[in-house]
Design a protein around this ligand. Structure first.
Ligand SMILES: [Zn+2]
Ligand SMILES: [Zn+2]
Length: 425
């Protein structure tokens, strides 16, 4: 191999990466060269004329220094190096491997490791120890060798919590004006928004400020109607902060700040750092819910009538076609969801308070009204009297959203039903 053309110690050692433990490729290459030398073959290393890398390993220090400059002012503990290799290096390496039937190690891998090693040493010297994380790094440094460009990607920070909502006038997320699409027009009083506040806008700003990120995204475990309250243990959510420069936050203090500034409207609890995969879980788990609904009947009914209807709905599978009020933005299809528990009592002959525990995805307003026959069976259909929800509160969103549940018991206590509380009025 060496007689056919120059190879640097890195590229020579890398071709025999399976030999010797705990050695860097450069040490391995040097050892092989020394052995050959003792057998009388003298191959002096000339880095710059290496036929695979063309002496690129001489730039390790330079790349590490550039990386150090790129991360200045950014807090991180885990990172990943990446290399975009030139076609010339790639084909030279492939040719060598094929000709000599070598296993070796890919060039990229060694280059990433060598730059990363020095980068880590330089950071540790400055009192900032970091580690490589192949699966979920906080930052990614990509070296484009051909363009001689180093780019930095700062991965998002994810903060989980639960929110309660105490007013019937705010949506969960930002709601741009439909007419002007956020630009501002007379209809929205030039605010660009249909609703001036949202749960998202009451929670996100302090988190964005403290992390010095560029933007936030709000991910909820479903959402309640604007006019529904979110009570009980609250609804799980994750705030994703894009390109955060700071990752160490006093979440307890921030929680307090949010709760003070949003007092009377929104309250958050359980703020904690989570992995990005929790967002997927929030989106995919159809969490069991507990609702409380105030219902009005078009005609007076008796307590016996109400109990009879609730008895028939208890444990029943409901066939629900996408409600008329949301069909303009959701696919029109029939879903089946079970009412797991239902109970209630009359407040007066035309009003009742009902508590429902059901599978995720069941629309409660339509379970009561029947939505013109699109939801069956319904309270209205079984009574033979029009009925509607006048107030809706979500009491619980159940589900194991955190993959690594904290050792402290979750406030969503499974098996502890709110129903016994309602018994006997
Ligand atoms: Zn080389
Ligand atoms: Zn507008």
């Amino acid at each position: 191999m060496l007689a056919e053309g120059d190879l640097c110690d890195h590229c020579l050692g890398r071709a025999f990466a399976h030999l010797g433990r705990g050695l860097r490729n450069v040490q391995r290459g040097r050892a092989l060269r020394t052995v050959l030398n003792m057998e009388g073959h003298v191959f002096v290393e000339n880095e710059q004329s290496c036929r695979v890398c063309e002496g690129i390993f001489a730039q390790v220090q330079q790349w590490a220094t550039r990386a150090l400059t790129a991360v200045e002012g950014i807090e991180f503990r885990t990172y990943l190096m990446g290399t975009r290799v030139t076609p010339a290096i790639e084909s030279a390496e492939l040719a060598l491997k094929e000709k000599y039937e070598l296993q070796g190690e890919p060039f990229k891998q060694e280059f990433n490791r060598e730059v990363g090693r020095l980068f880590g040493i330089l950071l540790a010297e400055r009192g900032h120890p970091v580690v490589v994380d192949f699966l979920d790094p906080e930052i990614v440094l990509l070296m484009d060798i051909e363009k001689s460009e180093l780019s930095l990607r700062i991965n998002p920070l994810f903060i989980y919590g639960r929110y309660k909502k105490f007013v019937r006038t705010i949506p969960q997320t930002k709601w741009p004006c439909r007419r002007c699409r956020g630009r501002g027009c007379p209809e929205c009083n030039f605010t660009g928004k249909t609703y001036q506040e949202s749960v998202e806008e009451l929670i996100s700003p302090p988190l964005l400020r403290e992390t010095r990120g560029t933007a936030t995204a709000f991910h909820g475990a479903g959402r309640e109607d604007i006019d529904a309250l979110m009570l009980g243990t609250g609804r799980p959510f994750v705030i994703e902060i894009k390109e955060p420069k700071v990752r160490t936050l006093d979440l307890e203090k921030l929680q307090k700040e949010i709760n003070e500034s949003a007092a009377g409207k929104v309250e958050v609890s359980e703020l904690q750092f989570v992995k990005g995969s929790v967002v997927e879980r929030l989106k995919n788990i159809e969490a069991e819910k507990v609702y409380e609904a105030k219902v009005r009947f078009a005609e007076p009914i008796t307590s016996e009538q109400l109990q009879e209807v609730l008895g028939r709905l208890h444990g029943t599978m409901i066939e629900q076609r996408t409600p008329t009020r949301v069909v303009h933005r959701r696919a029109d299809l029939v879903r089946t969801r079970r009412v797991l528990e239902i109970s209630g009592e009359l407040l007066n002959p035309t009003e009742a308070l009902i508590t429902v525990r059901c599978e995720g995805g069941l629309y409660i307003k339509e379970l009561v009204s029947g939505d013109g026959g699109r939801t069956r069976p319904s309270v209205s259909e079984l009574l033979g009297i029009p009925a509607e929800v006048t107030e809706l509160n979500v009491l619980e969103v159940r589900g194991d959203f955190l993959q690594n549940p904290s050792p402290t018991p979750s406030p969503t206590r499974r098996g502890e039903s709110p129903f016994p509380l309602r018994e006997g009025g």
